[in-house]
Design a protein around this ligand. Structure first.
Ligand SMILES: [Zn+2]
Ligand SMILES: [Zn+2]
Length: 365
């Protein structure tokens, strides 16, 4: 005759898995042979057997329907598979916290590459980014099992770890290893969830608002704790790293917190001096050229660079000036220039034509 497993565990037929587990633990503490003596061995085995069936959704369903089970006896934990220590870890529950910590696996850190403009690096920005974050699969509730049906790992009896007691010349030693059949979760998947292919995770676009501080540079990164991949089995989530990339700018080049740019001035301004308008990262300003400014002279605008990420102190803007030499001159301009700068023989020649012709002649010869 089939045994009434519900009666053995002292639970209702509608009892939840949690209630079944609780009842089992209570009874094993009471009837453990180490506690209750050898006479309770039979009873203890029976409790264990009942739990093996009722804690397994598939076996339980079969048992509920037919009132019996035809599971092979190897499914039932022998002295090897059953972890007696676990029962006592509930009594001395200093172990249970540690076990919980061992069980959960932390989620992976995620990386997101964000391209920003130099202007945005200058002023800082708040932006929303969409990142494909592996999130818990809704269909299987993250179990990875079809319809969320998990089987208690038969190797560790759902404890996630294997303890082996060994006698050594120095006494008894307990070896604890994470169960490698279930990876420490205590459950195994019989049939994979189709949505997540058994991983328990699906990628979902997650919108996150990020604040990028002013002064960030190429490869600066931002760490957002807890926004990475969710942890496994109660493990902590990973972090999200946002790596900054700065797009090339049409006029500025960045060197540390300084900004470099180039501009041209006409010959007149280079010679006589004057104001020229230059671009800054946030607008325009005028700089004064001294008389006789040479080509490739660099002017420094203090405090017009990028603010330092940590101190906020701004770098400088460096403007390299190139003097533009006119490619064509009117006859009048040429005459005047020859008069002003030319050699003696050119100055003597009123129209300046002769020397040009002479040069042509020379080149043709
Ligand atoms: Zn799934
Ligand atoms: Zn296991």
């Amino acid at each position: 005759m089939a045994k009434d497993y519900y009666k053995i565990l002292g639970v209702d037929r509608n009892a939840s898995q949690e209630e079944i587990k609780r009842a089992f633990r209570k009874l094993t503490r009471k009837y453990h042979p180490d506690v209750a003596g050898k006479d309770s061995e039979e009873k203890f085995k029976e409790i264990n057997e009942a739990f093996q069936v009722l804690s397994d959704p598939q076996k339980k369903a079969q048992y509920d329907q037919s009132g019996f089970t035809d599971f092979g006896s190897e499914d039932f934990a022998g002295p090897e598979g059953f972890n007696f220590d676990d029962i006592f870890s509930d009594i001395f529950n200093i172990f249970s916290d540690r076990r919980r910590a061992e069980r959960g696996r932390a989620g992976a850190d995620l990386r997101y590459d964000l391209d920003i403009s130099l202007e945005q690096a200058f002023s800082g920005l708040t932006t929303k980014i969409e990142i494909p974050v592996p999130t818990v699969c809704k269909k299987c509730k993250g179990t990875g099992a079809k319809e969320g049906k998990l089987k208690t790992c038969p190797y560790c009896n759902g404890l996630g770890q294997i303890r082996k007691t060994q006698r050594t010349p120095f006494g008894q030693s307990v070896f604890i290893t994470i169960c490698n059949k279930c990876g420490g979760s205590g459950n195994i998947i019989e049939e994979k969830c189709e949505d997540c292919n058994g991983t328990g995770r699906v990628k979902e676009e997650k919108k996150i608002e990020v604040k990028i501080p002013k002064g960030v540079d190429e490869n600066s990164y931002l760490r957002i704790p807890g926004q990475g991949e969710p942890g496994y089995n109660g493990g902590s989530p990973g972090d999200l790293y946002i790596i900054i990339h700065i797009k090339p700018h049409d006029i500025f080049e960045r060197e540390g917190n300084d900004l470099l740019c180039k501009t041209t001035v006409d010959l007149f301004k280079a010679i006589f001096g004057g104001e020229i308008e230059v671009r800054t990262i946030d607008g325009k300003t005028n700089i004064k050229l001294p008389k006789g400014t040479q080509s490739h002279t660099t002017f420094r605008l203090r405090g017009q660079g990028i603010p330092d990420l940590y101190t906020g102190e701004r770098g400088d803007e460096l403007i390299k000036v190139t003097v533009e030499i006119p490619k064509r001159l009117s006859r009048k301009q040429e005459t005047l220039l020859r008069e002003a700068f030319g050699k003696k023989e050119d100055r003597n020649n009123k129209e300046g034509k002769l020397s040009l012709n002479r040069l042509k002649d020379l080149l043709l010869l």
